[in-house]
Design a protein around this ligand. Structure first.
Ligand code: NAP
Length: 267
């Protein structure tokens, strides 16, 4: 039995879909009551204990309101008490790098360290920006408004969230990935303007960009990672997706073509 946390989110929903397609038994965790799912909250230890009962492996996605490892640590405690054997954690590229006197992704690093110290089997997934982040701006794009660019001219090999989920499923179901950290990049470093131009090509119209300099509205721990990526440090490609999946990583253009309707349909 696999517990999929973040099962209503970007990566977790694809993990749940892939496990369903493969007939692997799993429990989808959400704070909301959903058919076939388990209702639990990282801030409610009793609900976590119910969620991990009789579970072998956990896909761990945390998005705490304040960047901290508290949610990961709560899940680790529940998992150890329940005899869970393996945790696959969704972390982020660059976590642990030193930049401008601080640590990039410090909360992910603290969580990774807690998992390593737990004695459980683990795999860490460290993707760069998801191709799907452009969906955050779909209302602006539908309205013909410019989309905000926090990345300046920096490049990242943005990854298709379906590839991140496919690697997660491999790591959840096959012990060969234990003890590994995967930097799950896409095939090509792209600027934000490149991504917007590719999406514009798919939609058949130009999409404007509004450059954002100040990162004041981001939580401090998140802003460090954005500044680090903005410095160009995240502009690299790895072969980790092809190595695990035995096929090339998906391109941004393919993701954009597959999600064309999300940017054109009303609503
Ligand atoms: N976006 C990127 O470009 C990017 C890049 C690299 C790494 N990451 C990492 O990816 C992670 C986010 O993954 P995602 O984008 O797939 O998530 P997401 O779409 O933001 O979804 C968040 C999920 O967390 C659940 N959740 C939130 N608070 C919870 C709580 N207190 N208890 C239980 N569940 C809770 C939500 O479920 P309910 O609302 O249904 O309860 C939802 O399923 C973050 O750790 C981020 O650092 C993101």
């Amino acid at each position: 039995m696999i517990l999929v946390t973040g099962a209503t989110g970007t990566i977790g929903s694809h993990v749940a879909r892939l496990l369903t397609e493969r007939g692997v038994p799993f429990r989808a965790m959400s704070r909301r009551r959903r058919p076939g799912g388990v209702r639990a909250d990282f801030d409610d230890p009793a609900s976590l204990a119910r969620a991990v009962a009789d579970v072998d492996a956990v896909f761990l996605v945390t998005v705490p309101p304040v960047p901290s490892a508290e949610h990961d640590i709560a899940l680790i405690a529940a998992a150890r008490a329940a005899g869970v054997r393996r945790i696959v954690k969704l972390s982020a590229i660059g976590s642990g790098e030193r930049f401008e006197g601080t640590t990039v992704g410090a909360w992910h690093v603290a969580a990774e360290e807690a998992i390593e110290a737990s004695g459980l089997g683990w795999t860490m997934l460290r993707p760069p920006s998801f191709a799907s982040n452009l969906l955050w701006h779909r209302a602006l794009i539908r309205a013909g408004e410019p989309v905000p660019n926090l990345a300046g001219d920096s490049r990242q090999a943005v990854v298709d969230p379906r590839d991140v989920a496919a690697v997660a499923v491999a790591a959840l179901t096959d012990g060969a990935h234990e003890g590994r950290r995967y930097d799950l990049t896409g095939p090509t470093p792209l600027t934000f303007a490149d991504q917007v131009a590719i999406l514009g090509g798919v939609l058949g119209r130009r999409i404007g960009i509004a450059d954002v300099d100040g990162l004041d509205r981001l939580p401090a721990g998140v802003a460090t990672g954005v500044r680090w990526a903005r410095s160009g440090a995240a502009a690299y490609v790895t072969d980790h997706v092809p190595r695990v999946l035995g096929r090339p990583a998906g391109t941004f253009e393919r993701w954009a073509r597959d999600h064309r309707e999300a940017f054109t349909a009303p609503g």
